[in-house]
Ligand binder design. Structure first.
Ligand SMILES: C[S@@+](CC[C@H](N)C(=O)[O-])C[C@H]1O[C@@H](n2cnc3c(N)ncnc32)[C@H](O)[C@@H]1O
Length: 220
């Protein structure tokens, strides 16, 4: 690995051992299944529009969709219960603490970060600026992907730069088509005539993080 590929390992490390498991925490059965190679995670699922469309369209993938805000989660959970999709698990939790305690290393095929909070006044909280992002990468399988979408060009510019320079990830940036309607926020932004951006990053073979062997004792 080139020296630039080690750049994220010179930054302040995330401390998973400092985080308590969320209230009412449980590890979904799918995480324990040997053949769960098609596991995807959505962080900040809102009222679940993407998750509820994704699950029936991808019957071979199991999606765990996490939302922290109670009111949004309750709306999502109500619809999810009605549709009873066997490959969708809605979770009400902070995704950082939940991921630390529920996900084994290299367990995810795809991670979706769709229209995250802009964090304009606190850029340290943007996903690719957070030490947690290294932990998230450790949970991704080799060749696994992360899809980030936003309507904020400066958020996308920074994310693209961080993906390349700090995290050493190959990535592709796209404009979201005007007729896309994956999430409530996407529909709102496109209806206002705004441009929405998408960045798809891929974890290369042989990629190393400082958490590749770290696992919570909550995962039996
Ligand atoms: C701008 S909304 C977008 C919701 C949805 N993805 C959409 O596009 O319609 C961002 C969502 O991320 C959720 N969120 C932010 N940080 C989170 C975290 N650490 N864990 C879980 N959800 C989080 C917020 O509660 C909020 O509902």
């Amino acid at each position: 690995m080139s020296s630039s590929a080690l750049s994220h390992r010179n930054t302040r490390a995330f401390r998973p051992e400092m985080l308590k498991a969320p209230r009412d925490f449980f590890v979904p059965e799918i995480v324990h299944q040997q053949n769960a190679s098609n596991l995807a995670l959505e962080i900040g699922a809102g009222k679940g529009k993407h998750a509820l469309g994704f699950a029936p369209a991808h019957p071979d993938t199991h999606l765990i969709a996490i939302e922290r805000t109670r009111t949004k989660f309750e709306a999502f959970d109500k619809l999810a219960s009605k549709e009873a999709l066997p490959n969708l698990t809605p979770i009400h939790a902070d995704a950082i603490a939940w991921s630390v305690h529920a996900l084994p290393p290299a367990s995810l095929q795809h991670i979706y970060l769709l229209y995250p909070n802009p964090e304009a006044h606190n850029p340290n909280q943007q996903w690719l600026n957070m030490p947690f992002f290294e932990f998230l990468l450790s949970r991704l399988q080799s060749g696994g992907k992360i899809t980030l979408a936003t309507n904020i060009e400066s958020y996308m510019d920074n994310a693209e730069q961080q993906a390349t320079i700090l995290w050493c990830l190959p990535s592709m940036r796209y404009k979201v088509p005007q007729n896309s309607a994956r999430t409530h926020f996407e529909i709102k932004y496109l209806a206002r005539g705004e441009t929405c951006w998408e960045l798809v990053m891929q974890k290369p073979e042989g990629y190393q993080t400082r958490f590749d062997t770290w696992q919570s004792n909550k995962i039996a």
